[in-house]
Design a protein around this ligand. Sequence first.
Ligand code: CA
Length: 640
Amino acid sequence: MRRITLLVAIIMALVVPQFINASNGVTYGPRASAFSIETNDDAQQVKLRIYKDGMGGKPIKTVNMKRDKGNPALWQTSIKGDLKGRFYTFDVKYNGKFRGECPGIWATAVGVNGRRGAIIDMTTTDPQGWNTDKRPVIAAKDLIIYEMHHRDFSIDASSGIEHKGKFLGLTEPRAIEHLKRLGVNAVHVLPSFDYASVDETRLGEPQYNWGYDPVNYNVPEGGYSTDPYRPEVRIREFKQMVQSLHRAGIKVILDVVYNHTWNIDGSNFQLSRPDYFYRKNADGSYSNGSGCGNETASEREGMRRFMIESVKYWISEYHIDGFRFDLMGVHDVETMNAIRQAVPQDIFIYGEGWSAGSCAYPGELAMKANINKMPGIAAFSDEMRDALRGPWDSNSKAAFLGGVKGNEESIKFGIVGAIQHPGVDYSKVNYSKAPYTLEPTQMIAYVSCHDDMCLVDRLKASVKDITADELIRLDLLAQTVVMTSQGVPFMLSGEEMLRDKKGVHNSFESPDSINHLDWGNLERYPQVMDYYTGLIAMRKAHPAFHMGSADMVRRNLEFLPTENCLVAYHINGRDVPGEQWGDIYVAFNAHKRARTIEVPKGEYTVVCRNIKCDPAGIATVKAKGGKVTIPAQSALIIHN
Ligand code: CA
């Protein structure tokens, strides 16, 4: 009998050359398509149904799949003929009962709303020129990340973008030129895999969601395509988006949400292998470390393999450049390291080094404090973020930006990229009493992201009687801290347009009127975009601001004496490879009045002062008596 199984495997390998492993779902071939699904060992029967459409109608064929002789958890079948354009579901029987139809966990193409797998020829989904598409070469230390939601970015009429809220929006010159002018070199798209909360059959109606409710992990979301009913369209359009951004020298980073599924009962995980993929508490209830009703078990062989293969698939099929792991702290350290090992070195990996509840896992989790056990993986720094804008558990408390003293060491912690540095007093850092990175590129520097209030709303909510002028000054001050950090800088899309969300801090399902970017603000507040552009250009042109090595930062970055609401440092640019500037002084003043710092006497070029930032220089200043002035609520950067 073994010999026959082997023979079948050899024939299938010849008929369908892409047949890689047993877990592929469907592998299309023009003469036959092979299907496979992994179950728990106690599965009793698996039915495969073939449909004409992605939803509705009766099956045109139903087949009982065959259990593998050597592996009771593997079920396979092959159907002769050209099935291109058809759809399929699996239905697994346990304890005498079929669990319900699903496309399995390995589907790479699906019908509308992702309920049925689609049988397509993936080779026909490549846009023209795709075979020459390459990931842009940008080192981790040189990345400047722009976090965006497809709908936020282009849905408003003011965007001038034709394909509003679609993958294709990012292929249009208006979008590409804006990103290039701003200078960011990596776009991090909020969940763009197939998620549940937007009904793809009603795309004519306004619907909004961030998308943290995964259904099919290895398929692009249909709501962002121009036709969710035709499975190849979303795939091709996603690739077109990647291709356009790559042509502009911009990397594409995917927000991945392996830590939980939309629901348990209806999830592809649960329908295929009941209770295998989820962690449970001692009392048998499902653990909820994600805060979304369940948490996956990355430490299990099947879940770990799923995550590794999924990430590798996005890299090989879609040329994805990096991954942002949602609630990375739900995953175990070993799995994150295995993912790091499994992908090319230039793939950038970062995540939220926390969970949203306690996890039912006794081993080491991929928390921020364990980042030093995960070389080549970065975590968001809430130390710097909250030291700037205020603590996460309040929307109205202010911090450094609001003139609250005591946040200086936390800001310094973020300036050096959370490394061990002799100039930081870790006992005074807000959340971490010790450095957690090995290299500064393991820390994401940011002041706002899709979660919580955007910067404008937070400033309005936390700084008493803030004026329009102060709002802009503090906004620019905050981003200067971020963009000069030795960590990897990250900004929320629209901050360059002084976006607001009308004070809504958890806008995951808010209407467009809350979430949309108003591109008209580019004309209303041109000084904001100009400053961001100058600031980012300065960072890119000057290695001193992104040395990329902990040793180099310790050697060349020295803090000036810290005062309340005043943080300043000196970089010795002469010892930074490729740096043109000599002595660089950077100072952040959150006071409502001007302050001074002491620097060696001499003449300096000012590149950043008040609400202007230009790497070519905006003025010169003579440090008479060794003092220079930093105007109120702003950053100063000078060099000689
Ligand atoms: Ca969907």
